[in-house]
Write a protein that binds this ligand. Structure first.
Ligand code: HGY
Ligand code: MN
Ligand code: MN
Length: 419
């Protein structure tokens, strides 16, 4: 059987998939409905075990690499040909929801199971990846597994990663049972013929426009920076205003500069966030002598992001000089945007049309492992709506109907790529 054509509607086991999504959500460091599974935490390790079991139930062949990326494969009739890949992540930031990433892993298992039930036989192998550490929580750097697969981070830099308690990637990955040298994670050239990731939109557009499927043409390039400020402290009653060097207020000007630069960039895709803002000593009657900010800045176009960054740095330097506050401004990470592969995008769109599903070509403002898979393989993403665009919060929700449609489009798209 070649790729199941429009006449073949594969049957998605929506109830079974929802049950697995709900079961995985209960594997968390926090009580339901909150999902938290930080890389290599006890909950993450239990979550990995759940995913292994789900892959075996889908009769897929499992392998894991040296950083914990998990590969579940359905061997095609021509195993020597480059495979068609899909997948996403199951790690979750603190206070997250149950769909971010999970829909792309468990949904991909269901897509392959539904194709098997429909009698499809792939020429190219089909492979689902559960990527290690899509979220930046543990090491401050997102997409660690896909970065290493794509050769987008040096092994030395990866080895140097430490979490807030000073634990290294080597310590944590070995404790999690990962084996082999990090060098072995890099994919051989041409490993995937194409890669398609299913994910909730994590934005409001699809729901607002009542469109069930998004097809990603661009993934915004994420970047993050840290600003460490040092002013002078002192007694809140005794230090008069004209002689203060208040680090918090300098940080506040920087935070407002981030918002102003993002709003004023001329591009609707520029987003800027100060997600971490710590001050010292943190006493109501003490002038803050220290402030620490982490800035997240993104855009679908590199030039626009760079101009916004330059404006933020200019404002930060001027505000700190005027306030007599010293500043250390460092880049934590900066990745270029990625483009979806036109042919793969077109195939996904054809599939939607044949299934009678409206689709919208769009930008992903969240980053995903596809940001790095696009560097080594023709890639696109299939988005489904999520309620109010909410994500990275326990109220995150995607309906079983939208999930089933996303799985059906993924299955047909992979099948068409695999013949
Ligand atoms: O932050 C992001 O865009 C992704 O959800 N980790
Ligand atoms: Mn996320
Ligand atoms: Mn995600």
């Amino acid at each position: 059987m070649t790729s199941p054509g429009p006449d073949i509607r594969i049957a998605v086991d929506s109830a079974g998939l929802q049950r697995r999504i709900d079961e995985l959500a209960l594997i968390s460091e926090a009580p339901a409905p909150v999902v938290t599974r930080v890389l290599f935490s006890e909950a993450d390790l239990r979550g990995r075990e759940y995913v292994r079991r789900a892959a075996r139930e889908a009769a897929l062949t499992l392998r894991e690499d040296a950083v914990g990326n998990l590969f579940a494969r359905w061997e095609g009739s021509e195993p020597g040909l480059a495979a068609v890949g899909s997948g996403s992540h199951t790690d979750a930031i603190p206070n997250a929801g149950k769909y971010d990433g999970v829909v792309g892993v468990l949904g991909a298992f269901e897509a392959l199971a539904a194709l098997k039930r429909a009698g499809f036989r792939p020429t190219r192998s089909l492979e689902v990846v559960m990527f290690t550490a899509e979220e930046p929580t543990r090491f401050g750097l997102g997409c660690l597994g896909s970065r290493l697969m794509a050769g987008s981070i040096s092994v030395e830099k990866a080895r140097g990663l430490k979490d807030r308690e000073g634990r290294t990637l080597e310590e944590l990955r070995c404790a999690a049972g990962c084996k082999g040298p990090l060098e072995s994670v890099t994919l051989p050239p041409g490993y995937y013929h194409a890669f398609v990731e299913l994910h909730i939109e994590q934005g409001p557009l699809l729901e607002a426009q009542k469109v069930p499927i998004g097809i990603v043409e661009h993934i915004a390039g994420p970047s993050s920076y840290r600003a460490t400020l040092r002013g002078e402290g002192g007694h809140a009653g005794a230090v008069l205003m004209p002689v203060r060097h208040d680090a918090l207020l300098a940080g506040a000007e920087i935070a407002l500069a981030v918002e102003r630069a993002a709003k004023g960039s001329g591009s609707p895709d520029t987003v800027g966030t100060v997600g971490v803002f710590r001050i010292e000593p943190g006493a109501v009657n003490s002038v803050p002598f220290g402030a620490y900010l982490e800035i997240d800045l993104r855009d679908a176009r590199l030039g626009t992001r760079e101009r916004a960054l330059a404006e933020i740095r200019r404002t930060a330097e001027e505000a700190c000089a005027r306030r007599g506050v010293s500043m250390e401004f460092e880049e934590i990470n900066a990745d270029p945007p990625a483009a979806g592969d036109p042919r793969t995008v077109a195939i996904a769109q054809e599939v939607c049309a044949e299934l009678g599903l409206r689709s919208l070509r769009m930008v992903s403002r969240a980053y995903h492992d596809s940001l790095f898979m696009a560097r080594v393989s023709p890639t696109t993403m299939i988005f489904i709506p999520c309620r109010n665009g909410w994500s990275h919060r326990p109220e995150e929700y995607a309906s079983p109907e939208h999930i089933a449609s996303g799985v059906e489009v993924l299955a047909h798209t992979m099948a068409r790529l695999a013949v």
